[in-house]
Design a binder for this molecule. Structure first.
Ligand SMILES: *Cc1c(COP(=O)(O)O)cnc(C)c1O
Length: 434
């Protein structure tokens, strides 16, 4: 008799199609089967625990199975699990909207719900586009964005993003965006932003919105830039009176230290996108926050309403969970208590950065990264480190040759030390043999 686990693995090989994976690699592969998860750990089918270094795709901000998140989900499931928000409403969606507005950067007063990070950005882009279309500037149809930006995998968000490895082949289907040169070519982030400002001014009549990941570009390899540049960007957007979209899908909910990564810049966007940590990674759930000015631009009859909606907009399970997540952040002082862990993480990656051959070790809040080479997304050292880390009880998912970790904000000092040590030793092994 084959064991149940073998059956599951065989089923996966036969019927399942995983993302970002070559078919023959999946057919031949032995996927790591998760059978549980708790706090900072994934638990496999043998009951072994592995530190979840990539935070289950950057969203496990409170660790797995937080008892209050679990209880909120169960309680809402017992009441009802879904009803639409077109024409109907409900307390979980409205109360969460109030709670989000309360903690949002100043001026964001309206909340539109969708399902994931991609849709949160897609909604923001359509809001900006339609706003100008029906408020006297229909020629504003283009977007400006940063090189290396990542905003999701739908056609619209790929158009705004610039991670070539992901999206280049779809170029004929995309609407394109105006982008300055990459900091690697321009001489640094200041130059790149200067070029962005110049193109915003040059295309001032055409730009519907400027879209950026504030302070940390996740998928580009956890690239970081100074918050002061966001303040300058805000000033330029104001100067030409166009909209700023901050994609805080990854950086929001305290990932970089403050609740929102844009806070240290002292500026707010016109549209803010949130997902991932919004539900603490428990459910697909997203929100796009907008200013009253933008909301007001959709008055004047049915034909001027926002032409966008999803079946699961404001889903009561997601809304109830997200409300509880915000309550946990308050009650457990999640941001304050993460500060010493962030220092521990930064020190750990400084140590990793001193390994011969490691470069550009960096950390901000509860995200840390180090580069092992210049091969980018298709580099192979990352995969070797991934294998080595697994032998040390740590699950990583490198971005090519960029090794990063995004631990839960409430991880304990000991598991964090084990995570850092696991990464350190795996990196030292691979670079030592390089
Ligand atoms: C993950 C991510 C997205 C896309 O979110 P999905 O939930 O995967 O659609 C968008 N923007 C940023 C910055 C992200 O990190």
């Amino acid at each position: 008799m084959p064991r149940a686990v073998d059956d599951v693995a065989a089923l996966g090989r036969r019927c399942f199609w995983p993302p970002y994976t070559a078919s023959e690699a999946h057919d031949a592969g032995d996927a790591f089967l998760v059978a549980g998860a708790e706090g900072p750990y994934l638990i496999d089918t043998e009951g072994r625990r592995w530190l979840d270094g990539s935070g289950s795709w950057w969203c496990s901000n409170l660790g797995h199975g937080h008892p209050r998140v679990r209880a909120a989900l169960k309680a809402q499931a017992d009441r009802w699990m879904h009803s639409m928000v077109g024409g109907l409403g409900h307390a979980p969606a409205y109360e969460l909207a109030r709670d989000l507005v309360e903690i949002a950067p100043a001026g964001l007063t309206r909340v539109f719900y969708s399902d994931d990070g991609s849709t949160a950005v897609e909604v923001a882009a359509k809001m900006a586009f339609q706003y100008w279309h029906q408020n006297g500037r229909p020629e504003r149809t283009r977007f400006a964005a940063l090189p290396g930006g990542y905003h999701g995998d739908t056609l619209g968000t790929m158009s705004l993003g610039a991670v070539d490895a992901f999206s280049a082949l779809f170029a004929p289907l995309m609407f394109g965006a105006s982008r300055p040169p990459d900091p690697a070519d321009s001489g640094g982030w200041e130059r790149t932003f200067e070029a962005l400002f110049a193109l915003i001014r040059a295309e001032r009549d055409a730009i519907a919105a400027v879209v950026v990941e504030p302070v940390v570009q996740g998928a580009a390899g956890m690239r970081m830039y100074p918050p002061a540049l966001l303040a300058e960007l805000r000033a330029v957007a104001d100067e030409v009176d166009t909209f700023l979209i901050f994609d805080e899908v990854f950086t929001g909910f305290g990932r970089t230290g403050p609740m929102w990564a844009c806070e240290p810049a002292g500026v707010a966007p016109d549209l803010l996108c949130s997902a991932k940590g919004l539900s603490a990674g428990a459910l697909p759930f997203a929100a796009t926050l907008a200013t009253e000015r933008i909301y007001d631009g959709f008055r004047g009859g049915k034909a001027r309403s926002l032409m966008h909606g999803h079946t699961f907009c404001g889903n009561p399970l997601g809304a109830a969970v997200a409300r509880e997540v915000l309550a946990i952040y308050r009650d457990e002082a999640i941001l304050e208590r993460a500060a010493p862990r962030a220092r521990q993480l930064a020190e750990g990656f400084e140590r990793i950065g001193r390994i011969d051959g490691a470069r550009a070790a960096r950390a901000l809040g509860m995200v840390a990264a180090v580069d092992l080479g210049a091969q980018g997304y298709f580099g192979t050292r990352g995969a070797a480190v991934q294998r080595g880390a697994l032998e040390r009880g740590v699950h990583l998912r490198p971005l090519g040759d960029t090794i990063y970790v995004v631990p839960p904000l409430n991880i304990g000092a000991e598991p964090l030390a084990a995570l850092i040590d696991g990464v350190h030793d795996a990196v030292a092994d691979v670079l030592g043999g390089a």
